[in-house]
Structures are given as structure tokens and as C-alpha cells.
Design a protein around this ligand. Sequence first.
Ligand SMILES: *Cc1c(COP(=O)(O)O)cnc(C)c1O
Length: 428
Amino acid sequence: MTYENSLEFARNLDENDSLKAFRDQFRIPQKNGRDCIYFTGNSLGLQPKETKNYIQEELEGWATLGVEGHFHNNRRPWFHYHKFSKASLAKLLGADPSEVVSMNSLTTNLHLLMVSFYRPKGKKYKIMMEGGAFPSDQYAVESQLRFHGYRYEDALIEIKPRTGEHALRTEDIVEAIAQHGQELALVLFGGVQYFTGQWFDIKAITAATHEVGAMAGFDLAHAIGNVPLNLHGHQVDFATWCSYKYLNSGPGGVSGIFVHEKHGKNNNIPRFAGWWGHDEKERFKMEKGFHPMPGADGWQLSNVNVLASAAHLASLEIFEAAGMEALRDKSVRLTGYLQYLLDSLPVGSVEIITPSSANDRGCQLSLVIHQNGSEVFKSLSEQGVMADWREPHIPGKAGIIRVAPVPLYNTFTDVYQFYEMLKAGLNE
Ligand SMILES: *Cc1c(COP(=O)(O)O)cnc(C)c1O
């Protein structure tokens, strides 16, 4: 699409945006009496106006029914609560509903999934990750390795970009997997990298991993609700995510897991069990002997956190109404517009380290501000921009601003105004 560098053009795109009504379904934080330019949906998505009502409904059920709400709560009896998000999540993930269940928090799930799918044996004991993965994932992997008696210095393989590049090339990832194939037990990658915004080629990574007889797992924290996914079709073994970023389900919101159908009925896979993973029909018999539910449900531990899950459902309704295809379509144009405007800034002032092709990224762009980055960021914040500032990894290097225009509630005008403020900030 061809863009123009003007506020009028941005406003025109907003007027003709088929998704424009969705912004009004969210609470937008205010600064100086005006809506913020909220570009941190990659960190904490905004609150849907309906969330309150969903939670209130459960509070009311609890108040009026007490324990009987487990089976007799109006629309959504709590006993079945994990089932209500399945269909929507399955659509977002490209999965069958039986392969998906919402539960726990992300890092907890990462551990549970590694218990099942990181099965080191003989020479095949190493884990491969992208370099610079989210710290929680790094700690989870480090501690899993130690739990099995390995040291991460030896057993962890991290793939780094080529010198002078910020993104990993798929061909390099595939080659590294082949090269280390004989010692690999697990390849664990982000779906979209939290720092660079790179969208990894899940299909190619999974295929290469299976080629060497290892398991392929993905952390989709920055991918779900951001880019279309096809986990079942791509034969991904397992995945987990969180719901408080692009899924707008509230701070610390409920996570979820995907376990591919090919593993879901295999009761020989070791797992850490709890009563909510036990055969639903026998759950209240409270008898000895764990019989897992088939599919992802068999990995559940505890009864559902209903209040958090109510917030989750409120948000998933919005994704149902908008549709991931339309969201992605707008997202490509919205982030493409930001990229177009940033490219018009003086050469060398702002460097985009996120891949330039829309096929290799979601909505986030990560920007290196080469001069006075923290001052520029501060001035943007004072003017009502919410973005996030990452101190440089290497002392003396420039810091990074991550900006994520989210198609559900951000506008082309947001993008344009951000660009104008940034341009002014750079000139100060
Ligand atoms: C946000 C994020 C997390 C956070 O983990 P929690 O267990 O939800 O606190 C973990 N991994 C990645 C890649 C993330 O982006």
C-alpha cells in the first residue's frame, strides 16, 4: 500500500478502518486530560470495558450461590470454566480445541511442559533457544537442565544473529539444528521475540527439529493475538503463552498450553499431575490412581481461577468479533505506516532493529535511538506516549524503545502523532 506523510492521510485511514469501532470497547489511560498513545499492548494489553461485567457476574454467582456456583452458576458453571475459552483460543492458535487449555501462569506452564517434553537421554540432552530469550524462559531452562543433572554452560545452545545483524536468519537456525542434531533433545523458541520483535518461522523450525528427532516447543507470549498461528498444522509439539499482553486479559492473567494431538492421548508421557487433569467423570470420587483426561486437559493441575478467567473470556469475545484475519490485515498496514514514517527521519537518527518485512514480524517495532535516547523517551512519555524503554545490554550502547501499535485499539493517527513527537524530540 502507498502511504502519505500527513495527519490528514492518517485520519482518513482511521475513518475507513473497518475495525475502528473496537477502540471504543477499551478503557484508554489518560494523560493531560487526553487519551494516551498506548503502544505497550505488548506488555499489558488495555482493559476491555466488558471485563468488569464478566467479573461482576462471577462475584454475583459466588455471593448468591456460594459453593453451588460450581455447578449452578448462571451462564458459566465454574466446574466447566476451562472449557469456555477453548474454541476462541484454538482459533487464535490454529489448533483443535482438545489441544488447548487455559491454566496457571506462563513460566509455571513452561516447567510443566518441559517435565513432559524435555526428556534427555544419553547423548541427546541439549536444549536450543534463541540468544537473548526472555529472562524467565532462560531461568526456567537453566533450572530444568540442572534438575536433570546438566550445566547450562554445556547443555544450552543459544543461536545468535550474524555479526552486524539483529534478526536470526531462518536458514541459520535450521542449519544449527541440523549441526547439533545428534545432541539435541529440545528446541524451545519464542514465537515472536520479545526484544527484537522478530516473528520466527515456526513451521521451518519445527520441521528441522523433527528431522533430528527432537521436540519443538514455543513460547507464544508475544505471538498470540498478534500474528496468525497454525500450531496443529505445523506439527508443533507444545506451546504456552500469557493472556495479559495482546490478549488483554489483565495483569497476571491466566496462561494456557497447547499439546499436539499426537501426544495428547499418550498416557506414558511423564507429567506432574493434579486433580483437574484427572478424568472428569471420576474427579470427585477422590480415589487413588491418576487417569489423565485426553488432550491438553490432562495437564491441568488445579481448579480454575474463575475471576482471572472471566477477564480472559471478556477479551476473547472481542477477538471472536474482530477476527484474527482482519486484525492481522490492519496490523500489517498500521505497523507498515509507522515504519514508513520512521524511514523519513534523518538517516542514522533512529534505527529499526525489527525485521523490515511484515512476514517476519508482528505489530512491534524496536527502535534504537542513537542520540539521547533516554531524553527522547522521557519527552515522549511527558506528552502522553506509553512505550517502553530498555536500557542498553552493552554499556555505552544506545537503549531501545519498543513500540507496539495494536490493531484492536490503536489508530493511524496515534502512529502519526507519535512520529511527529519523536521527530520533534530528536531535534531538541
Ligand atoms: C511476558 C513473558 C513472560 C512472562 O512470564 P510470566 O510467567 O507470565 O510472568 C515469559 N516469557 C516471555 C517470552 C514473555 O514475553
